[in-house]
Design a protein around this ligand. Sequence first.
Ligand code: SAM
Length: 159
Amino acid sequence: MDWQATRPGETEAPLPERTDARLVFIGRIRTPFATRDDCPRQGRQDGPICQVEIDAHWQPALKGIEAFAELDLLYWMHEARRDLLTQTPRGGGTLGTFALRSPVRPNPIALSRVKLEGVEDGVLLVRGLDCLDGTPLLDIKPFRCSHSHGTTGTSHAAS
Ligand SMILES: C[S@@+](CC[C@H](N)C(=O)[O-])C[C@H]1O[C@@H](n2cnc3c(N)ncnc32)[C@H](O)[C@@H]1O
């Protein structure tokens, strides 16, 4: 499939010449998904184990993360186009970009809540991802402590 093609009902916006944010990629996500056609639309917590490789420079920032059963991962959908105002997902009607979780958006930031299965030498082993192998990682936020039983996080997870 040509993922860059414009479909019926889709409209485009010119991209600004200047960009403002200066993001830092903190690692890469390794998944079994080599093409967009291989990716699930959303990750499942019973999906395959994926490796989240944290750059050596940022590995000290993982201290304490093993206490969490679930994490929110933010990542950069690096192969997505960024200029669509309306989109026509396969098998659906046309909707505005901000009414969709499509990777195609002005800032292609994705969010998945994943299950943390382990931490090995600066690599997080997680289930619940839907992204291409090699997708850049933007941030990690803890969701739920592994020894908490409710749905709210511990005080340090919430702060
Ligand atoms: C619908 S998005 C959902 C992303 C995230 N779970 C969210 O809700 O924000 C997932 C889809 O994005 C596409 N995708 C995955 N990795 C990508 C990447 N690195 N660049 C562009 N598109 C990607 C695949 O088609 C995948 O099925």
